[in-house]
Ligand binder design. Structure first.
Ligand code: NAP
Length: 317
């Protein structure tokens, strides 16, 4: 059993920033990066809105920089997931999937969120065989092919534009008659000759055979008309769900399963903090995640200092 000051669960911008601040504050800090170090930014080809990079920066490169910076100040990174926690008493118990056990005086949860899926027939069994949630990872396989993209937010628009560098044709299926994404991306999408938008429609079924996806069954939600559109792949960008299943029952969550925090990242358990997309259903940006990671680490430092001075006072005869 290893004893540490701060355990950081999660390896996205929030977790890395928390790690940088925590280790720079001279707290012994272990960051559990999970199975996808870097988090969702590693699925983004270019971040054009992260301040300090006027020409944009690749998500993977930014994640590598974060990690270099955190380890430079002494953060120990563990390439494993936490699969058990006990927040009922301090120090808090954490166990990795590989069986390593830790006792942490303070914990920062920054487990982020995962792609929301359509939940229609044929989807689950086609993941990796024609259904994807990552254009950066999979666009290459659809060179000169026809794909469907589902969604109307920034992710769907941004990823569609990226996909057009590869595909012959892209059909963007959105359930309403108006995009949610930013006007600048909407303009670029609507001007792109490779993109055809199918409004007021949903993918009702993913049609597939032994070689993978061959069509998307589309339903117009206004007319009820159903059409099978022959395609080679379906990319789903319809938002995210917080990664909180591990914490259900041990920490307060909101009605959508996001961790409830005050404005400084405190959860309902003193000494446990949360940062990034796992507690933010509104902004969900790399930069806001990083900012909240910083706040959580500063709060963890304050908390530990306060506990230390209380302990010193109680030891004074
Ligand atoms: P989002 O903004 O929540 O958009 C999700 C989209 O999926 C919406 O258009 C929604 O439709 C649609 N949708 C949800 N459930 C659906 C379902 N079951 N079937 C069909 N369509 C469904 O999520 P996001 O696009 O992933 O963006 C998340 C956050 O990251 C946002 O704050 C966004 O600004 C940010 N982001 C920014 C950039 C950038 O600036 N370059 C890039 C990516 C993401 P409705 O519109 O009808 O609700």
């Amino acid at each position: 059993m290893k004893t540490i000051d701060v355990g950081i669960i999660g390896g996205g911008p929030a977790g890395y920033t928390a790690a940088i601040y925590s280790s720079r504050a001279n707290l012994s800090t272990v960051q559990f990066l999970g199975v996808q170090p870097g988090g969702q930014i590693t699925l983004t080809n270019d971040l054009e809105n992260f301040p300090g990079f006027p020409d944009g920066i690749g998500g993977l490169e930014l994640a590598e920089n974060f990690e270099k910076q955190a380890t430079k100040f002494g953060t120990v990174t563990v390439y494993d997931k936490i699969d058990a926690v006990d927040f009922s008493k301090r120090p808090f118990y954490l166990k990795t999937t590989g069986g390593e056990e830790y006792l942490a005086d303070s914990v920062i949860i920054s487990t982020g969120s995962s792609s929301r899926m359509l939940g229609v027939p044929g989807e689950t069994e086609s993941i990796g065989r024609g259904v994807s949630t990552c254009a950066t990872c999979d666009a290459f396989f659809y060179r000169d092919k026809h794909v469907v993209v589902v969604g109307g937010g920034d992710s769907a628009l941004d990823e569609s534009l990226f996909l057009t560098r590869f595909v012959k044709k892209l059909t963007l299926v959105h359930r309403r008659d108006k995009f949610r994404g930013s006007p600048i991306l909407q303009n670029r999408v609507l001007k792109n000759e490779k993109i055809e938008v199918v409004w007021n429609s949903v993918v009702e079924e993913v049609l597939h055979n032994e070689t993978g996806v061959y069509a998307a069954r589309l339903k117009n939600v206004e007319t009820g008309k159903v059409d099978d559109l022959p395609v080679d792949g379906i990319f789903v960008f319809i938002g995210h769900l917080p990664n909180t299943s591990l914490f259900k029952g041990s920490i307060d969550l909101d009605e959508h399963d996001y961790i409830l925090t005050d404005r400084n990242g405190h959860t309902n358990i003193p000494g446990v903090f949360a940062a990034g997309d796992v507690q933010d259903s509104i902004y969900r940006q790399a930069i806001t995640a990083a900012g909240s990671g910083c706040m959580a680490a500063l709060e963890a430092y304050k908390f530990l200092e306060h506990e230390k001075s209380n302990a010193e006072v109680s030891l004074t005869p």
